[in-house]
Design a protein around this ligand. Sequence first.
Ligand code: TRP
Length: 353
Amino acid sequence: MSKIILTGDRPTGKLHIGHLVGSLRERVRMQNEDSYDEFYVMIADSQALTDNYDNINKVRDNILEVALDYLAVGLDPKKVTMFIQSEVSELTEFTYYYLNLVTLARLERNPTVKDEIKQKNFDKGIPMGFLCYPVSQSADITAFNANIVPVGEDQLPMLEQTREIVRSFNNTYKTDILVEPQGVVPKDKSCSRLVGIDGKAKMSKSLGNTIYLSDEADVVHQKVHEMYTDPTHIKVSDPGKVEGNVAFEYLNAFCKPEHFKKYLPEYTSLDELKNHYRRGGLGDVKVKNFLYQVLEEVLSPIRERRKEYAQNKDKVMQILFDGSDKARKVASKNLEKLKDAMGINYRKKSLLK
Ligand code: TRP
């Protein structure tokens, strides 16, 4: 079976280091493994509109920002088709047919959507577009026959929904054209839900607790030094807690053994550093300075590449338009197959008897 990868992000803000460890790193790794047939990365502007329909400029402005972040982390447009969701209007048609296969009760049970509804406090009630976005996400995936979907853990309910739609479609229309996709989440637990610098919740642009891929070095430095650690670790000599301590959570996600040789040679491993912190005698500033150096090793090449692309925004837009043209051709062919399977093909299979 061919291996078709598809994933994407809503353009509602710049991407941050939570995205980097939660999904972007994995995408670049897959891209460089070269063991796939097609690889699509979609900027999900239509999905972003489901809760920003009255704030189109936010979505418009962030399309280019997200594209710059993709290119900056090393996604290569020669290998990966980057496209804009609304440019592929076939996706809305897929969605419309899939909506028949999903009940209201099923959509209301989706745990990610439930969480988001709580967070967003829709004052005029829940927009149908928002409630139904998991169905549109199923369209995004199946329109390209994608069978591998690298995502963060919070997206797994969308994959479950997609598999249900696939089964229901194939059953209803006695066909096997749709394939059930698999989600791929980061294996390393420390990467799947990177906590915000305030230690309170998942890193998220709406909570303002993020480190962006585009942050300058001095901003990263400041954010690292503001980071929540262990409030009971007051004097250097006090014993400290590593669990729930943001500096250590980030070291779990970013630090490699070679970083010690380079930046903190008196320790050989993260475990050793943690043990010292637990015992007492290791100050936050030392840990944070080390973390800053580790983060900078990762972020400075990304930042530089982002700046280069930002000087050629026309070129970046062309990458997105070329990708969208290519994606549209594929989705259009697959839509025709979908409609054939349903019998909505009156020009091919005549209504006249
Ligand atoms: N829901 C995803 C997010 O919020 C974005 C997305 C839209 C997506 N369509 C997709 C992800 C299809 C994977 C596959 O980040």
